[in-house]
Design a protein around this ligand. Structure first.
Ligand SMILES: [Zn+2]
Length: 169
């Protein structure tokens, strides 16, 4: 909105004349869009950096958790009905994705440029593996609530990390 110089009422930006007193308002300065856009960018940057570091920190914790739960699966015994190869394979994938995820987290916190580029594909891997494990455990009926919550949290934070890395580019 702009202000009429004659009657001081608010009239729309696009007006050529005041709708109240018909005064010519063509010469009145319009609010600039770029000022508004600059303002929102500054606001965004203020919360997005800390959020990126939180997501990077979780990427390390989640990665270590994945290594921790994948390791015993290599020598462990699957629940009846689960093929051993699938069980051991899942353990290996969890360890590998866990390592990558932890490395990306450390790289983001220490501002290593390659970690930013690796963050998107590694987050994709996290979403894929956690999603498959989630579906697999639901189908097998062997859902442990802590494991399920961890998998959902991992998918959400991996997605968030992709968003934050793109926003801070
Ligand atoms: Zn007016």
């Amino acid at each position: 909105m702009i202000q009429c110089p004659n009657c001081a009422k608010s009239v729309p930006d696009w007006s050529k004349e005041c709708q109240f007193c018909q005064a010519d308002v063509k010469g009145v300065a319009r609010p600039r869009k770029s000022d508004f856009q600059r303002g929102t960018q500054i606001e965004k940057a203020a919360w997005i950096r800390p959020a990126l570091y939180v997501a990077a920190g979780y990427s390390i914790l989640g990665g270590l958790q994945n290594i921790g739960s994948g390791t015993p699966m290599l020598g462990g015994k699957p629940s009846p009905g689960t093929p051993t190869a699938l069980f051991v394979g899942t353990g290996l994938v969890m360890m590998a994705v866990g390592c990558l995820s932890a490395l990306v987290g450390v790289g983001l916190l220490t501002k290593v440029e390659i970690a930013r580029r690796a963050a998107i594909p590694v987050s994709g891997l996290r979403i894929l593996t956690s999603g498959l494990i989630l579906v697999g455990s639901l189908l097998a009926g062997g859902v442990s609530s802590s494991g399920t919550i961890f998998n959902i949290l991992d998918i959400v934070t991996a997605g968030l990390l992709v968003y934050l890395v793109r926003e801070t580019d």
